[in-house]
Design a protein around this ligand. Structure first.
Ligand code: 6PG
Length: 477
């Protein structure tokens, strides 16, 4: 019998999704290119290794793969983002017929996806740009899926995607049509920049607890587990609590891991997108910057020696500080999410995508890397609000946590702890809630040196003025 779905690309994600489909009763064909000496018989071997999944068929030749698929063909690309996707599309195009569906499940840049959706629609083919989150385990057991592009194609795919997706707390699948064009890849990119900031915030908490509070790894792990039980549960918090307990002989494995963070693109793309749309993004952007700073280890070692850098320990009561850290961390997380959702809101308005923020939060409550109890709260919050900061039920808690965030950032900086995300979060929040910003001075400076003009507080018409600042400086008498 013909397969209902075809998957191209047998990396960990492609393989895991294939097994997930087969397990859920969907006949699936898989194909991997044949590269002599490097990638040989990958797909057929994979099928042979998994004979307990009779619905799985492996092909090392593209023609065999294509003719094994039911019409309209539904082909999921799980290959590296970038040129490889365009090459694969070009190779497939001539063998496809009107109405066939190509799905890109990689971490593609959404502007590429915008272009591909349009180009293929013009040729009568459907293109679905789909964010996939959850890593290997998620792909195998239930990922969060963010499909966009052809609505018609989504309707055909929905029953299949719903079968393999994670389920939310109400047993609804963590998949929904996101919007037109590459909006699914766009929100996956934002998801990843929130992921970066959530990871960096935990790294900062770990640093403060290790060097500032002098806690052992099991002690830190215990505090994090307590936080999870006190409303701060998240997948990333839980894996961090696990990581802190893993030993490598007499040492902790974490202490053996080189402190140079890698990144593959999605985090940085969010920043350029935020800049393009003029959306303030500092807390999330700092998480990307922190990875870049970390990767220049040899220079850090030199400068640390040169300046005699040492983390200072805190003299304050540990129990009180841990409570403040918890609030500082919780508010940082709210701010990180506010920033990411604000970018989605703005881009949705400008592109006319009509993104449903509450629904996006819902499909991120399970399966994906940033799933958390906070995300569950956001489902309700974005039903009635467009901003976390104006959510009435959070107001008094945010006010209280703000005191602890600013306290912890101040304390940390005074003790030589770099806190890029937490301090940027504090700055972002304070900047958002300040009536009289010092931007009057920026405007005056612009007008002084460049006659860029400025508006006046005492002129509600919004007219622009220019002053001859230089000539108006009073001369000393
Ligand atoms: C996910 C992850 C996954 C991956 C990203 C980030 O949602 O499952 O976001 O897609 O972790 O590619 O990877 P880097 O940290 O290497 O940029």
């Amino acid at each position: 019998a013909a397969s209902h779905i075809g998957i191209i690309g047998m990396g960990v994600m492609g393989k895991s999704l294939a097994l997930n489909f087969a397990e859920k009763g969907v006949p699936v064909s898989v194909y991997n290119r044949f590269v002599e000496g490097k990638e040989e018989y990958v797909a057929s071997q994979f099928a042979e290794e998994n004979t307990e999944f009779p619905l799985l068929k492996g092909f090392d030749d593209l023609e065999g793969f294509l003719s094994s698929l039911q019409s309209p063909k539904k082909i999921l690309l799980m290959i590296p983002a970038g040129a490889a996707v365009d090459q694969q599309i070009a190779q497939l195009e001539s063998s496809l017929q009107e109405g066939d569906i190509l799905i890109d499940g990689g971490n593609s840049f959404y502007e590429d996806s915008n272009r591909r959706v349009k180009a293929l629609e013009e040729k009568g083919l459907h293109f679905v740009a789909m964010g996939v989150s959850g890593g290997e385990e998620g792909a195998r057991r239930g990922p969060s899926l963010m499909p966009s592009g052809s609505r018609e194609a989504f309707d055909i795919l929905a029953p299949y995607l719903q079968k393999i997706a994670a389920k939310d707390a109400h047993a609804n699948p963590c998949v929904e049509y996101i919007g037109p064009a590459g909006s699914g890849h766009f929100i996956k990119m934002v998801h990843n920049s929130i992921e970066y900031a959530e990871m960096q915030a935990l790294a900062e908490i770990y640093q403060l607890m290790k060097y500032g509070l002098k806690l052992t790894y099991p002690e830190i792990s215990k505090v994090l587990k307590n936080w999870a039980n006190e409303g701060l549960r998240s997948y990333l918090l839980e894996i961090t609590a696990d990581i802190l307990l893993v030993r490598d002989g007499r040492e902790y494995l974490l202490d053996m891991v080189l402190d140079k963070a890698g990144q593959k693109g999605t985090g940085s793309w969010s920043l350029t997108t935020a800049l393009n749309f003029q959306v303030p993004y500092s807390p999330l952007s700092e998480a990307v910057t922190a990875r870049m700073l970390s990767s220049n280890k040899s220079n850090r070692v030199e400068l640390a020696e040169y300046y005699g850098h040492r983390f200072g320990a805190f003299a304050e009561d540990k129990v009180i500080l841990i409570e403040k850290l918890k609030n500082a961390y919780a508010l940082t997380r709210f701010i990180n999410h506010e920033v990411g959702f604000d970018l989605m809101k703005t881009v949705s308005e400008k592109e006319g995508w009509n993104l449903n923020l509450s629904e996006i939060a819902r499909i991120w409550t399970n399966g994906c890397i940033i799933r958390s109890t906070m995300m569950e709260q956001l489902v309700g919050i974005f039903k009635d609000n467009t901003s976390i900061f104006t959510t009435k039920s959070l107001k008094s808690k945010i006010k209280e946590m703000k005191l602890d965030l600013t306290y912890i950032v101040g304390l940390g900086l005074q003790h030589s702890h770099a806190l890029p995300v937490m301090s940027a979060a504090a700055n972002y929040f304070l900047s958002r809630i300040t009536t009289d910003s010092p931007a009057n001075l920026i405007q005056a400076q612009r007008d002084y040196f460049g006659a860029h003009t400025y508006q006046r507080k005492d002129d509600p018409s919004g007219a622009f003025f220019h002053s001859d600042w230089k000539a108006s400086v009073p001369h000393p008498s």
